[in-house]
Design a protein around this ligand. Structure first.
Ligand code: ADP
Ligand code: LRH
Length: 459
C-alpha cells in the first residue's frame, strides 16, 4: 500500500512543496516545486509577498498530485490580520522591518510567562507596534503565516501550538494563550484563535485533509533530527541557525533569561531550548549584493582562505536588517571594504561556527546536559566547510543532514496522524536514519584557535 503526503515548507529564503511517499516501509522525498521568497519594500515597510507565496503553494500542490493529506509550516513570529468577512487586511509585515525598533526595551520582562528569548521581532512586539492602526482596529482574527495559508485552503481558523509558542503570548507552563498577559499588555484577546496541536485535522482542500503539523519550521526540523539517543544538540541551519537542545521541561532561570535562551513548544510536548544565531543570512545578503554567484565556487574559494583571520560577533543585532551587508561585515571585522567575496565568506563561516560553539556550550551549561553529538540539519548541511568548522569549534562530532529536515518532519507528523507511522519521536527519527543520507564530521581536537577567536569577539 502506498501513502503520499504533501509538505508545504516556506523558509525565509525559498518555499517548496515536498511529496513524501511511503511504500513497503520505505520513505522517499521528492521536492516537486521550489519557488523564491522575495520580500518587497512598499510604502516604507518591508512585506512578505504573501500572494506570490500562496501561488507557489497552489502550483506545488497541483504538481504533487493526489495525496493523503497536506501539512504547512513556515518561519515563525509573523502573521496576517483578517476582517470579519475573512479578507486579509494588508500584506503581512516582515520580521526584519524596522517597525519594532526600540519596542522590546520598553516592555517588562515576559520571560517568566512565555519563556521566550527577547528578539526585537517577537509577535508580541510587532503587535504592540501595530496596536492602534486602522488595520489592527478592523481585524477580527490574527493568523500566523501557516495558519493563514491553511485558512485560504480550508476556510478554518486556528493557531497551531508550536508556532503560537513564538509569539511571546503563550504561557510556557500551560501551552495556551496567556489571557492575563494579553490583557495586561492592552492587546485584543478576541484576535487570538483557539490553539490546535500537531496532528489535528484543520479542514479540507478540494476533499484532501489539511492536517496541523509542527507549523513552526524549526519544530518540524527538530522532529527530523536523526538522533538515536537523547543526548544530542542540534543546529537547524538555514537563514537562521537555531542552536540548542530538546528538553522535557522549560528552563526559566535568571541565567537562561540573561543568555537569551528560548523555550519554544515542540512536537509531542517537548521543549525546544535554543537560541537564534544569525545563521547564513549575512552570506545570503552578501550573495544578493554580489549578483548571486555560484555557491559551490564561493565556498571552495572560502575554504582556501586562512582560518580564523577575521571574526565578528554574529549575535550583534547590527546584522539583522537587509541591505549593505558586506560593508557592515567589513567594518565589524576591521577589513578594508574591497576584500574579496571569498575573504568575506570565510569571515562569515568562521564567525558562524564560533557562534555555534558558544550557543551549544551555553545550552548545555544552562540545562545541565553534556551533549555527545551535534546534529546539523537544513540547507546548511550542504555546506561542508560550515559543517567541518562547526565540528572543530564545538569539539563535537557533527552529523549533517537531512537537508530537507523541515519538510521531512512535516511529512512524518502527517503520516503519524494518518496511522502510517506509529510511535513517538524516536520511531520517526529511526525512519529518518534508515532513509536519509547523513554525513559525519569529526572535530580536529584543537580548541586553542577557537578559544582565542572567542576571546577576540569578547564572547
Ligand atoms: P530557509 O529555510 O531559512 O530558507 P534553507 O534550509 O533552505 O533555509 O537553507 C538555505 C541555505 O542553504 C542557503 O542560505 C545556503 O547557504 C545553503 N545552501 C543551499 N544550497 C547550497 C549548496 N549547494 N551548497 C552549500 N550551501 C547551500
Ligand atoms: C527559522 C525561524 C526561526 C525564527 C525565525 C523568525 O526559519 O522560524 O525559528 O526565530 O525564523
Amino acid at each position: 500500500m502506498t501513502h503520499r503526503f504533501a509538505a508545504v515548507d516556506l523558509g525565509a529564503s525559498s518555499g517548496r512543496v515536498v511529496a513524501g511517499t511511503f511504500h513497503d516501509g520505505k520513505l522517499e522525498l521528492d521536492v516537486v516545486h521550489r519557488f523564491a521568497n522575495e520580500p518587497v519594500h512598499a510604502g516604507g515597510t518591508l512585506h512578505w509577498d504573501i500572494l506570490s507565496l500562496y501561488k507557489g503553494v497552489l502550483d506545488g500542490l497541483g504538481k504533487a498530485g493526489p495525496v493523503d493529506s497536506i501539512g504547512i509550516d513556515s518561519w515563525a513570529v509573523d502573521y496576517g490580520l483578517i476582517d470579519a468577512s475573512g479578507a486579509l487586511l494588508g500584506n503581512p509585515v516582515h520580521y526584519r522591518d524596522a517597525r519594532t525598533d526600540g519596542i522590546a526595551g520598553r516592555v517588562r520582562d515576559l520571560y517568566p510567562i512565555s519563556g521566550l528569548q527577547r528578539l526585537p521581532f517577537n509577535t508580541v512586539y510587532q503587535l504592540l507596534a501595530a496596536a492602534g492602526t486602522p488595520q489592527y482596529r478592523a481585524a477580527a482574527k490574527l493568523l500566523m503565516i501557516p495558519d493563514l495559508l491553511a485558512y485560504w485552503l480550508t476556510g478554518e481558523t486556528g493557531a497551531e501550538y508550536t508556532n503560537a509558542s513564538t509569539t511571546g503570548l503563550l504561557d510556557v507552563r500551560t501551552g495556551n494563550w496567556s489571557w492575563s498577559l494579553i490583557e495586561d499588555l492592552g492587546l485584543r484577546a478576541d484576535l487570538f484563535p483557539a490553539i490546535r496541536r500537531p496532528g489535528d485535522l484543520i479542514g479540507h482542500f478540494h476533499g484532501t485533509p489539511v492536517v496541523a503539523v509542527g507549523s513552526h519550521d524549526t519544530a518540524s526540523a527538530v522532529v527530523a533530527v536523526p538522533a538515536d539517543h537523547n543526548n544530542f544538540a542540534y543546529v537547524s541551519s538555514g537563514t537562521w541557525s537555531l542552536v540548542g537542545l530538546e528538553l522535557a521541561h522549560p528552563v526559566l532561570s535568571d541565567a537562561s533569561r540573561e543568555a537569551n535562551f528560548t523555550n519554544e513548544g515542540g512536537v509531542d510536548g517537548t521543549v525546544r531550548y535554543l537560541r537564534n544565531v544569525m545563521g547564513l543570512w549575512p552570506l545570503q545578503e552578501c550573495m544578493r549584493e554580489w549578483g548571486s554567484p555560484d555557491i559551490s565556487d564561493l565556498l571552495a574559494a572560502a575554504a582556501r582562505e586562512p582560518a580564523l583571520r577575521r571574526v565578528v560577533d554574529l549575535d550583534d543585532p547590527v546584522f539583522l536588517p537587509p541591505g549593505d551587508m558586506s560593508s557592515r561585515l567589513c567594518r565589524a571585522a576591521g577589513m578594508p571594504p574591497d576584500v574579496s567575496p571569498a575573504t568575506i565568506t570565510r569571515c562569515v563561516l568562521d564567525s558562524l561556527a564560533l557562534a555555534h560553539r558558544r550557543a551549544v556550550r551555553q545550552a548545555g551549561e544552562l540545562a545541565g546536559v553534556t551533549p555527545s553529538a551535534l546534529h546539523l540539519v537544513g540547507g546548511g548541511a550542504r555546506n561542508e566547510l560550515l559543517c567541518r568548522l562547526t565540528a572543530d569549534a564545538t569539539g563535537l562530532p557533527v552529523l549533517a543532514g537531512p537537508v530537507e529536515a523541515t519538510a521531512l518532519g512535516n511529512v512524518l507528523v502527517q503520516a503519524r496522524a494518518a496511522g502510517v507511522v506509529s510511535g513517538g519521536l524516536d520511531a520517526m527519527r529511526a525512519l529518518v536514519r534508515q532513509t536519509q543520507q547523513i554525513t559525519r564530521y569529526e572535530p580536529c581536537g584543537d580548541d586553542a584557535p577557537w578559544r582565542a577567536a572567542a576571546a577576540r569577539v569578547g564572547r
